[in-house]
Design a protein around this ligand. Structure first.
Ligand SMILES: *Cc1c(COP(=O)(O)O)cnc(C)c1O
Length: 423
C-alpha cells in the first residue's frame, strides 16, 4: 500500500467529508515557501500552511534552536516548576505587547488560548461576586473548535450540531465600512440587555470569514463602549499576530488596548503547537487571593513546553530582523500593486489588502456556500497549477510566508488571475 492508501485506511482529516473529498496530497518536503509531494511536484504555499509559517518551511535557525533545547531540557511540568525559555519568552513578549499586558498564560493552540480567555473573563466576575455570564462576539467570527471558542464562533456549519449546548453568546455586526454606527449601537444594546462579561473579536481582519476587514477607529470605539461598561475585551490575535497585518500585532493600529490577548499560529514559526493568552494586571489580581477557590484551575499537560518556547524565541528573533521587516513591506507593496491591477477586472467585486493579507471577491451568480461548487473548482485549479490556496466560498485570499520571493508572488497572482477565467 502506498501512503495515500494507508492514509485512507487509518486517518480522519480536519474539516473533511471523507465520502466526497478528493484524496489528500502527500507532502514529503518543505523549504522556504515551497512544498513537494511524493511525486516531486512542487507547490507554492500561498497560505503559509493555515497562517502558521511566516519564515519558511524547514527553517534552519528555528530548527537549530529546537534541537539545542531538546538536548538540554525537552520538557518539564509547569505546575510548581519553571524554566528559562518560558521566562525569557514572557519577558521578550512583554516588551512588544501593548503596555497593559502584564501576565502570560501558556496553552497549546488557538482554540485553547481563546478557551482560557473566555474562562478568565467569566471567572473574573464570578470571583468578584458579580453575575455576568454573556459573551459578545462578531457575526461570522471564528475563534476555534473547542466548546467556548466554538460558542463564540459564528460560522454555522462549524457549530450547527451543537446549538443549544453553548455558553451565552450574543452577536453584533462587524463594523465594516458604512456599518460602523450599526455595530456601535448593537453593542450598546447588547450591554444594556444582558449581563455581559466579555467581548471577543478578531482585530481588523476576520480570517476564516474570508479576510473581512474593518478600521482601527471602529475597533477603538467598540473597546471604549466596553470599557465604559466594565466589559472585558479580548483580542483574538491568533491569526493576525506576529506581523500579518504589517505591524507586530493588529492591536498596534488601535489607540485603545484590550484586556486580554490570544496568540498562537505564527508564535512558533509553524513548528511546535503552542499558544499564549495574555492579561492585564487588574485581571490577574481578581484571581490573586488567600482563597484557593479564586485561582484559575486551568492547565494543560504541555503548558509552556520548553521546546515550544525555544521555537517561539527563535521565531521572534527572526521577525525582528531588519530583513524580515523589509519582507513585510515588500510583500505588502507587491499585494497593493496586484490589487491595482486586478480590482477593475469584470469578475472581481471587491479587493482588500492589509499587511501580507490579500483578498478578492469573485462575482457570483447565486449564494456561494463556504465549501460550495465555485470554491471547489477554484481550489482544484490552484492545486493543478501548483499553488496552495483555500478559497472561502467566492473569496480568494493570499497569506504568504513573509519570505516568499517576488517571482513566487507573481506566479501566485498569475494563477489567481487565470482562475477568474474558469469560474
Ligand atoms: C485558527 C484560529 C483559531 C483557532 O486556532 P487553532 O490552533 O486552530 O485551535 C482561533 N482564532 C483565530 C482568529 C484563528 O484564526
Amino acid at each position: 500500500m502506498n501512503l495515500i492508501e494507508k492514509d485512507s485506511q487509518y486517518l480522519w482529516h480536519p474539516y473533511t467529508q471523507h465520502k466526497t473529498a478528493s484524496l489528500p496530497i502527500a507532502i514529503t518536503k518543505g523549504e522556504g515557501a515551497l512544498l513537494w509531494d511524493e511525486n516531486n511536484k512542487e507547490y507554492i504555499d500561498a497560505i503559509a500552511s493555515w497562517w502558521v509559517n511566516p519564515y519558511g518551511h524547514s527553517n534552519q535557525f528555528i530548527a537549530d534552536a529546537i534541537y539545542k533545547q531538546l538536548t538540554t531540557l525537552e520538557h518539564v511540568l509547569f505546575g510548581g516548576f519553571t524554566h528559562e525559555p518560558a521566562v525569557v519568552l514572557a519577558e521578550k513578549l512583554m516588551a512588544i505587547l501593548p503596555e497593559n499586558q502584564q501576565k502570560i498564560f501558556f496553552s497549546d493552540n488557538g482554540s485553547t488560548a481563546v478557551e482560557v480567555a473566555i474562562k478568565v473573563a467569566l471567572q473574573y466576575f464570578f470571583n468578584k461576586g458579580e453575575k455576568r455570564t454573556t459573551i459578545i462576539a462578531f457575526e461570522n467570527a471564528f475563534h476555534g473548535d473547542t466548546f467556548a471558542a466554538m460558542a463564540a464562533s459564528g460560522i454555522s456549519f462549524y457549530t450547527q450540531a451543537f446549538q443549544g449546548m453553548f455558553i451565552d453568546v450574543v452577536r453584533i455586526p462587524v463594523p465594516v465600512k458604512g456599518q460602523e454606527q450599526v455595530s456601535f449601537e448593537a453593542l450598546k444594546k447588547v450591554i444594556q440587555d444582558h449581563n455581559c462579561a466579555g467581548f471577543i473579536f478578531e482585530p481588523l481582519v476576520q480570517g476564516a470569514a474570508g479576510m473581512v476587514m474593518y478600521e482601527p477607529e471602529a475597533l477603538d470605539e467598540l473597546i471604549k463602549i466596553c470599557q465604559e461598561n466594565h466589559v472585558i475585551t479580548i483580542a483574538d490575535e491568533v491569526m493576525t499576530g506576529f506581523g500579518k497585518t504589517g505591524k507586530t500585532f493588529a492591536m498596534d493600529y488601535a489607540t485603545q488596548k484590550p484586556d486580554i490577548m490570544c496568540l498562537s499560529k505564527a508564535l512558533t514559526g509553524g513548528t511546535i503547537p503552542m499558544a499564549i493568552t495574555t492579561f492585564t494586571q487588574e485581571i490577574f489580581e481578581a484571581f490573586y487571593d488567600d482563597d484557593i477557590n479564586k485561582a484559575l484551575f486551568h492547565g494543560h499537560t504541555f503548558t509552556a513546553n520548553p521546546t515550544g518556547c525555544a521555537a517561539a524565541l527563535a521565531s521572534l528573533e527572526l521577525l525582528q530582523t531588519p530583513e524580515m521587516q523589509s519582507n513585510l513591506e515588500r510583500v505588502n507593496a507587491s499585494h497593493l500593486a496586484f490589487q491595482e491591477h486586478i480590482k477593475t477586472h469584470p469578475k472581481v467585486t471587491a479587493t482588500r489588502v492589509l499587511g501580507v493579507v490579500f483578498a478578492l471577491e469573485i462575482k457570483k451568480e447565486s449564494d456561494e456556500s463556504y465549501y460550495g461548487t465555485m470554491r471547489n473548482k477554484l481550489y482544484n485549479f490552484f492545486i493543478e497549477n501548483g499553488v496552495i490556496l483555500r478559497p472561502v466560498g467566492n473569496i480568494v485570499y493570499i497569506l504568504p510566508p513573509y519570505i516568499m520571493t517576488n517571482e513566487q508572488l507573481q506566479k501566485v497572482y498569475q494563477v489567481v488571475e487565470n482562475a477568474l477565467e474558469i469560474v
